[in-house]
Design a protein around this ligand. Structure first.
Ligand SMILES: [Fe+2]
Ligand SMILES: [Fe+2]
Length: 176
């Protein structure tokens, strides 16, 4: 858990880098899938993730400016989560075609992943973090807390969208 201002900034920045990777992965799956409705939903999640990336990066520069060293080693900051998504997204981005069976497996994995991300962000957004940020900056950090909460809501919605996608794939498979 982030303890100092620098650590909080690093967590936010790395989450931004991470969300960018997630967005690319969703976009790639959207482009390789042939089921039209599934494509639209995946694009929706991809766009949300790009938005999260932008927000996290903006928040990471929150009102203090930090030393460059605060923004290194995202791999260490996010640990297993980082390794998991970068390895998987590389594999996914190499695929030029994804059949329905593979897609269903992917969706299962992504669903677990979305739940995990929501938990992770929820942990980061504990009262202590906000208190510390307020103490260090002397600013009203309510807007930051709100944005963080919206992102967590988005992540929960991503899980629901993936459930919808799974049903669409199953239906399209049984029709063909
Ligand atoms: Fe996200
Ligand atoms: Fe998400």
């Amino acid at each position: 858990m982030a303890k100092s201002g620098c650590e909080i900034a690093r967590f936010l920045y790395c989450s931004g880098v991470f969300e960018e990777e997630v967005a690319k992965t969703y976009n790639h799956i959207a482009e390789t899938t042939v089921v039209m409705n599934v494509k639209v939903f995946l694009k929706y999640i991809a766009d949300d993730s790009y938005k999260h990336a932008k927000m996290f990066k903006a928040l990471s520069g929150y009102p203090l400016s930090f030393d460059k060293s605060c923004f290194e080693d995202c791999e260490k900051v996010l640990g297993g989560l980082w390794k998991n998504i970068t390895e998987n997204s590389k594999k996914i981005q190499e695929k030029s075609e994804i059949n329905n069976h593979e897609l269903l497996k992917l969706i299962d994995g992504l669903e677990k992943f979305e739940g995990f991300v929501a938990e992770e962000y929820l942990t980061a957004l504990n009262i202590k973090t906000i208190e510390l940020m307020t103490l260090e900056t002397g600013l009203n950090l309510e807007p930051y807390r709100m944005i963080f909460e919206w992102i967590i809501e988005d992540e929960k919605r991503h899980g629901q969208i993936l459930k919808t996608i799974r049903n669409l794939i199953i239906r399209s498979t049984s029709q063909s």
